[in-house]
Design a protein around this ligand. Structure first.
Ligand SMILES: Cc1cc2nc3c(=O)[nH]c(=O)nc-3n(C[C@H](O)[C@H](O)[C@H](O)COP(=O)(O)O)c2cc1C
Length: 195
């Protein structure tokens, strides 16, 4: 059974990105996955302070900021697949998601006396919504996550995105919904290689 963690980064908890996640989650669950859906905007996750204290702490996350990121880290460590679900804001993810991404630092011990990775080998996928068309909107964020995956020895498993042309209605079309379901089925395929 695949354990999937969806981290939803929009400040609109019932907006476009949340809407696109609905059929995606339904299909994952229909395929036998255990899904945990976590919204970031209502959590207390401070920005990384760049203190590098986490890099001296072996075998555990080790961040000095004891906020809700600890619960997210627990969820990450329990999951096989992490889905970053975000609207595109200024060609990248939202600030809420960026704070979370920066705060992953203690999962990699690459820059201090501690060594190793706590999350190597996990899969990462992206669900995005955006106002501009397709790859023009999503390429910078996707490339950033691709590089993060390579750097952290995670397996990048792909992106599904839909353009916002009519607010929520854009994400309720048969094409958008079936695309989300197809993406879920693709991610559940056994032994699928990332790209
Ligand atoms: C502050 C802000 C910045 C945005 N920047 C972009 C952008 O760079 N590229 C883009 O395609 N859409 C951009 N958008 C549009 C949103 O990505 C789009 O409306 C999205 O579907 C909103 O999702 P949500 O309802 O889940 O928040 C931006 C929207 C806001 C509010």
């Amino acid at each position: 059974m695949m354990r999937v963690l969806i981290l939803m980064g929009s400040p609109r908890l019932h907006g476009n990105t949340a809407e696109l996640c609905r059929p995606f989650i339904e299909e994952l669950e229909a395929g036998g996955a255990e899904v945990r859906y976590v919204t970031l905007a209502d959590k207390d996750i401070a920005p990384c302070r760049g203190c590098y204290a986490c890099q001296q702490v072996g075998g555990e996350y080790g961040c000095v900021q004891k906020d809700d990121m600890y619960a997210v880290v627990e969820d990450i460590l329990r999951s096989d697949l992490i889905v970053l679900a975000t609207p595109i804001y200024e060609w990248y993810c939202t600030a809420q998601m960026k704070n979370m991404l920066d705060r992953h630092y203690g999962l990699n011990k690459f820059y201090g006396s501690a060594e190793g990775s706590l999350w190597a080998g996990k899969k990462v996928a992206i669900i995005a919504t955006h106002g501009y068309p397709g790859a023009y909107a999503t390429d910078p964020f996707e490339e950033g996550i691709r590089r993060l995956c390579r750097h952290s020895r995670l397996e990048y498993a792909g992106l599904y995105s839909v353009r916002d042309t009519d607010n929520l209605a854009s994400f309720r079309t048969a094409e958008a919904v079936e695309g989300a379901r197809a993406f879920a089925r693709k991610l559940l395929e056994p032994g699928r290689q990332g790209h």
